[in-house]
Design a protein around this ligand. Structure first.
Ligand code: PGA
Length: 221
């Protein structure tokens, strides 16, 4: 059982993550790879629809979403909250207000992620239940490009709070809008009944026992 000793595990772990998960999945992988230096990781970052396509083709061990696909035979563990928050550039007048009504927020130019994005899916599902709708001005297929567009005063947006929690510090502010944030949960999923490789089993165990706490520490929201 030498190969089961710490550090001697080998094999490939394949993960497919919706783009918004790219801010924290590496923080989960860092300590794991240190513990098992013999493993190779294939980490695919794509929007929700592309991750669903990979799941349908069975290309990876785990699929990370915050908005789970319906009608697929999958096993799921939830591991972290994902709040979608309203944002604006720091100089935007709405950032000076303690509270903004949804109606006033909807009067602003709104920047939305592309079709196929989980963030867009959740935003549309939220507004479908509201009496007011956002004034969509631009569709932008990247969280970072939305943030830069918000910074150049092209409009406001709703993005995962994780987009603001890592890396470059942007001069972006969360606006306190009625009925927001949109609440969702990050989850790991895998195809039901699929035999997990030894390294995938070890990784799942790691996510369940240590991963949640590690994420909570890494994510400073
Ligand atoms: P994204 O979000 O596709 O907008 O990056 C991921 C998700 O919410 O599932």
């Amino acid at each position: 059982h030498l190969s089961n000793l710490r550090g001697l595990k080998t094999g490939t772990l394949r993960l497919a993550c919706a783009t918004t998960a790219k801010y924290f999945i590496p923080h989960l992988l860092g300590p794991f790879c240190k513990r098992y230096p013999g493993i190779e990781i294939q980490f695919t970052v794509a929007n929700r629809r592309q991750v669903i396509e990979r799941l349908e083709q069975g290309l990876d061990d785990f699929y990370v979403f915050s908005h789970l696909p319906q009608g697929l035979d999958i096993d799921v563990i939830e591991f972290m909250a994902n709040d979608l928050v309203a944002i604006a550039g720091a100089s935007h007048p709405l950032t000076k207000k303690n509270r903004v009504s949804l109606e006033e927020f909807c009067q602003q130019d709104f920047l939305i992620r592309e079709n196929g994005s989980g963030t867009r899916f959740a935003t549309e599902a939220f507004f479908a239940k509201q009496p007011v709708k956002p004034n969509v001005r631009m569709t932008i297929a990247s969280n970072e490009a939305i943030i830069h567009s918000v910074l150049s005063n092209l409009g406001v947006s709703i993005l995962s709070a994780h987009t603001l929690a890592f890396g470059e510090i942007y001069d972006v502010k969360v606006i306190n809008v009625d009925s927001l944030p949109i609440k969702s949960q990050w989850s790991f999923s895998w195809i039901k009944g699929q035999t997990l490789s030894p390294i995938a089993k070890v990784f799942l165990d790691y996510v369940e026992t240590e991963g949640r706490e590690m994420m909570a520490k890494a994510v400073k929201l």
